[in-house]
Design a protein. Sequence first.
Length: 108
Amino acid sequence: MGTDTYVKSVINSYLHKLVKYAYKIFGRTQCKLSENRYGIVKCSEHIRKMYLENTLLIGIDDRVNEMMDDGYDLRISVEPYKVKNQNDQELIGVIEKIINFCVTKNNV
């Protein structure tokens, strides 16, 4: 979704309910840490190694093809965010995509 500061402010301000359901929320710094410290370019591999539990891995970023590989269950590309907006249609669209994906996955 952008810089770690932006991700944290969005989660804390508007998506706080998501924290109840998400085990871990990663910002871009964690992706870069995987690359720099462990030599893992795409952090999905690193995340899957760290957490042995069955994980639904959803990536949301403006650089979706650069930052995310096929190891993600769902990849959502968004434009870079600069300002929080309570009526942000882009964020609403992202949440709808996640819900639709989860509903479809559970029905299969």
